[in-house]
Design a protein around this ligand. Structure first.
Ligand SMILES: [Cu+2]
Length: 98
């Protein structure tokens, strides 16, 4: 039992390193965002999205009513993004991707 533990720890470290090496590239999606009525709204939407773990960049287009978000697909999903804006009072949906 003790021998197994001694062997498995470095092995676990190698698996972690391998996992990092093969981590999925970041995803970028565009969301259609409702309810943005003034210049402050995009800031609120941007903050709500930036708070989602795994999100690396967010840009909100007030004129087009869209948000473009780049995130780590291992940590976040597009569903979590739409949930975050909806919770902030701005329902959104994914454009173009399933
Ligand atoms: Cu506003």
């Amino acid at each position: 039992m003790r021998r197994v533990t001694l062997v498995s720890l470095p092995l676990f470290g190698m698996l972690l390193a391998a996992g990092a090496a093969f981590a999925a590239p970041p995803h970028t999606v565009t969301l259609a965002v409702e309810n943005m009525t003034c210049g402050t709204c995009p800031i609120v939407v941007k903050k709500a999205l930036a708070r989602v773990p795994g999100v690396s960049s967010t840009s909100v287009d007030f004129d087009k009513k869209t948000a473009t978000v780049t995130f780590d697909p291992d940590k976040a999903t597009s569903e979590k993004l739409t949930q975050a804006t909806t919770a902030a009072g701005f329902p959104s949906k994914l454009i173009g991707k399933p």
